[in-house]
Design a protein around this ligand. Structure first.
Ligand code: NAP
Length: 242
């Protein structure tokens, strides 16, 4: 049985990715941190595509949590193979550098950059043994361009881009590709507090993107069709920056 693991699959972009990977026939492991009701909703949507869905509740930025819950799943399911990993979980805790707290720095770096290391490490061995794997991380325009008020978030996402490029070269010969997508403004809970009317004027397409528009690019990179693409970042931002 072929599995795809999507971190932060309970809501937003992660949910859209879960549903679209399910449409490709993958059984879906839905990771989330705390929102049981939304995770259950994603699982229901996935099962509607005639594949199985399993929710895995753990904090991607907490090594013990990842090793116990995800490591436990991998250990207990040796007959199953995680072919696709989507490192999507992430948070924003914006503040100007002069006002930033240690906790804001750590929380944001933890949920993106530490998480890339903790989670990927649990599934990469299986992919290498299987001589096939797809790792796609959801980064951000902020990680390419740098955004004021987001030194933590920009650093976290830029870090994942660097790790993506390095790991891609380490595993390229073994049929494993490692790529990232960098969204601009996408309509999810994460951007609910932003002034959409004002910000969309900055976007050449004059609108925010939909989670499904990000998910389509993730699913392409996660497919066999993207077999000669690795160490790359695809921007999905309505022309905001390239
Ligand atoms: P969202 O709607 O706020 O959803 C965030 C998801 O991540 C939820 O499923 C949440 O789980 C999960 N999560 C957060 N911290 C976690 C942790 N420590 N451990 C496990 N799961 C965790 O966000 P989104 O907009 O879909 O964002 C998804 C990704 O896209 C993020 O990496 C974000 O940085 C990136 N991105 C978003 C935008 C945008 O405009 N929306 C732009 C660029 C990049 P719970 O439901 O349990 O809280």
């Amino acid at each position: 049985m072929k599995y795809a693991l999507v971190t932060g699959g309970s809501r937003g972009i992660g949910r859209a990715v879960c549903v679209k990977l399910a449409e490709q026939g993958y059984h879906i492991l839905i990771n989330y941190k705390s929102n049981d009701a939304e995770a259950a909703k994603t699982a229901e949507l996935v099962r509607g595509k005639n594949v199985t869905a399993e929710t895995l509740k753990f904090d991607v930025g907490n090594k013990t949590d990842v090793d116990t819950v995800l490591g436990g799943w991998v250990e207990g399911n040796k007959d199953k193979v995680i072919e696709v990993l989507v490192n999507n979980a992430g948070i924003r805790e914006d503040a100007l550098m002069i006002w930033m707290t240690d906790q804001q720095w750590k929380n944001v770096l933890g949920s993106s950059l530490d998480a890339f290391y903790y989670v990927t490490r649990q599934v990469i061995n299986g992919m290498l043994a299987n001589k096939y794997g797809r790792i796609v991380s959801v980064v951000s325009l902020s990680g390419l361009k740098g955004m004021p008020g987001q030194t933590n978030y920009s650093a976290a996402k830029a870090g994942v881009i660097g790790a993506t490029k390095a790991l891609a070269q380490e595993v390229a010969r073994r049929g494993v590709t490692v790529n990232a997508v960098a969204p601009g403004f996408i309509k999810t809970d994460m951007t609910q507090d932003l002034n959409e009317a004002e910000l969309k004027a900055l976007v050449p397409m004059k609108r925010f993107g939909e989670p499904e528009e990000v998910a389509d690019a993730v699913v392409f990179l996660a497919s066999m069709k993207a077999s000669y693409i690795t160490g790359n970042v695809i921007s999905i931002n309505g022309g905001l920056y390239s």
